[in-house]
Design a protein around this ligand. Structure first.
Ligand SMILES: [Zn+2]
Ligand SMILES: [Zn+2]
Length: 209
């Protein structure tokens, strides 16, 4: 598996492009803002982008979606509980920054524990609501793409309308911290980390058993 990370836009949203190096089938995860670097990576590596995967439906993870979709014809997948974020500016929070951000409906909806196939890669969907109702992490090989569920020594905000702090902490505890300590965590904002490091150092999750 190959992965590239790009930090996009003023909010520094991390976009990940991952692919199977044999078939060159690829997925673009959270194309947060339009940025020619996404398309450059796709072109330079001759990638066949099968899916645009969304960790959740907030606008800062969707802004480059139309650009990538138009260039590649990839299918857009989002968890069913965040599906309305694509078509409802209030739900994707773009109204909070004075925009009304509206997209086409998704091409497919994700559910807990589902596996998405990209070449020989198996990408498992782990539903971790708390930052948003349809928030998911994607587990592929030894890598967890965590969206805004878990950050390096932090967690996603839970003060939006569809946030819930105790739900988020519970999901990190029961669905993420049960994974192997060596698993790399690639978050929706900021620096990479690992499960083991966060278990030890994440201040939001200390003293919980
Ligand atoms: Zn978010
Ligand atoms: Zn975000």
């Amino acid at each position: 598996m190959e992965i590239r990370k790009l930090s996009l836009g003023q909010m520094g949203t991390n976009c990940y492009i991952l692919w199977d190096e044999n078939s060159l089938e690829a997925a673009v995860i959270d194309p947060g803002f339009e940025d020619s670097r996404i398309l450059e990576i796709i072109e330079n590596n001759k990638l066949k982008v099968k899916y645009i995967l969304l960790t959740h439906g907030h606008f800062d993870h969707l802004g480059g979606l139309n650009q990538v979709k138009a260039a590649t014809g990839a299918k857009v997948l989002i968890h069913k509980n965040d599906a309305d974020c694509l078509i409802e500016p209030k739900r994707n929070l773009s109204v909070l920054v004075g925009m009304t951000f509206k997209l086409e409906p998704a091409d497919g909806l994700l559910s807990e524990s589902e596996t998405i196939h990209v070449g020989k890669l198996n990408i498992r969907v782990i539903h971790t609501p708390g930052h948003s109702k349809g928030g998911v992490c994607f587990l592929v090989e030894d890598t967890l793409i965590a969206g805004d569920t878990l950050f390096n020594t932090s967690i996603g905000r839970t003060d939006f309308a569809d946030g819930d702090l105790s739900e988020l902490l519970g999901n990190i505890q029961t669905k993420i911290f049960v994974l192997n300590d060596n698993i790399k965590v690639l978050p929706g904002h900021g620096e990479n980390t690992t499960i083991g490091y966060e278990k030890k150092h994440n201040p939001f999750l200390q003293g919980r058993s």
